[in-house]
Design a binder for this molecule. Structure first.
Ligand SMILES: *Cc1c(COP(=O)(O)O)cnc(C)c1O
Length: 381
């Protein structure tokens, strides 16, 4: 028997008490019981998103939440800035393309970021731009983009700022109201420590106002119809009841047991330990800009296919990590450390990495990665 470890940047491990909640007998969604449950979840989500606005849940993956953000804020032929420095930035582009949105693509090479000044310039040059689509934690490259600066630029412009926070909600600080972010989208299977299947969308008043004139086609993903139900703790369509049951417990763990700021600190500390360990093994981090606390992307060792690294993690140690997406396949491997993770998950990942490198014949000092990580863990409290 080889004990299984899920160390991918989503889906992520689930705490036992959340699993237990999910395993409860199903309750009907048009009952006082469900309304009471959703009422608590609704309040918790506002605290998690750091907003006074309502959060709309959909039974969908994170990409569904992204699509909901697009179809409820834009009309056919509208123009939008799409910030692309990785696969998830490109997903915004893909959704916009599907709906006939004219795109002003602001690109940076993978591993880097687009400075806010470029957005400011583009918005000034073209006052017809209606929205800016950005990614907080770019899970494909391991970079955390500077949403606070982006919001400073969009706040006083004609464009709304739409942020993909699927791998950063409950991982990195993103105070929606304080920063003036107009739309935040997230999913259940990353920092929220839940199974995949729940997409979350938050609009501020500017975005709700915009939604009134947005004419892109939509049926299931209609934010205005959902809002009418949400404010009564009700639902329009059958919700992902079991995940909502788990969400109630996950929110309690994040907000009450640990505290949101402590959750951010934990992720930052674990990410720092991971990066220190990786570098101590002579490997190179893929991020050239501010690294994400959710995930560490590592360049494949010289002469080794990154896919071979992740296959060896799986075959020899029964550990799931992730490879590179798209053209990054083979060039990187990615270690997830978001959600239900602690000090010794990082140690397990680095220890396994050392053994994988040894197995692949990459010269690495056994124990060096673990030692460097433990140094951070001992120093940073
Ligand atoms: C995981 C993820 C998504 C959503 O992916 P789904 O497979 O649709 O849930 C979107 N953006 C980012 C940054 C992600 O990490």
């Amino acid at each position: 028997m080889k004990k299984y470890y899920l160390m991918a940047p989503g889906p992520t491990p689930i705490p036992p008490e959340v699993l237990q909640a999910i395993a409860q007998p199903i309750i009907h969604h048009r009952t006082p019981e469900y309304e009471a449950l959703f009422g608590e979840v609704r309040a918790g989500l506002k605290a998690l998103f750091q907003t006074k606005e309502e959060i709309i849940p959909f039974a969908a993956s994170g990409s569904g939440a992204m699509e909901a953000a697009v179809v409820n804020t834009l009309s056919p032929g509208d123009k939008a800035i799409v910030i692309q420095a990785g696969k998830f930035g490109e997903r915004w582009g893909g959704i916009c393309k599907a709906y006939g949105i004219q795109q002003v693509v602001l690109e940076a090479p993978y591993g880097q970021t687009v400075p806010a000044e470029r957005i400011e310039e583009a918005l000034k040059k073209d006052p017809s731009i209606k929205a800016v689509f950005a990614t907080h934690s770019e899970t494909s490259t391991g970079v955390l983009h500077d949403i606070e600066s982006y919001a400073k630029v969009t706040r006083n412009s004609q464009a709304i700022l739409v942020v993909d926070a699927v791998s950063s909600l409950g991982v990195a600080d993103l105070p929606m109201d304080a920063w003036g972010v107009d739309v935040v989208v997230a999913g259940s299977q990353k920092g929220l420590m839940l199974p995949p299947g729940l997409g979350l969308v938050a609009f501020n008043q500017r975005a709700w106002e915009r939604s009134k004139s947005a004419t892109l086609p939509k049926f299931y993903f209609n934010m205005a119809t959902e809002l009418k139900c949400v404010v009564k703790n009700q639902v329009n369509f059958t919700p992902a009841v079991s995940i909502v049951l788990g969400l109630k417990v996950a929110l309690d763990i994040i907000l009450k047991r640990e505290g949101l700021q402590a959750v951010f600190k934990r992720h930052d500390r674990l990410a720092r330990a991971t990066r220190a360990g990786v570098e101590a093994l002579g490997l190179t981090l893929f991020a050239r800009a501010r690294p994400s606390p959710a995930i560490t992307a590592v360049e494949a060792p010289k002469g080794i296919d990154g896919e071979q690294v992740l296959r060896t993690f799986g075959k020899s140690h029964n550990i799931t990590i992730a490879g590179g997406q798209g053209e990054m396949q083979g060039k990187v491997f990615r270690l997830g450390h978001m959600g239900y993770v602690g000090d010794f998950d990082v140690i397990v990942a680095l220890s396994a990495l050392e053994l994988v490198l040894a197995e692949l014949g990459v010269p690495a000092d056994l124990g060096a990665g673990v030692r460097a990580a433990e140094k951070i863990l001992a120093e940073v409290r």
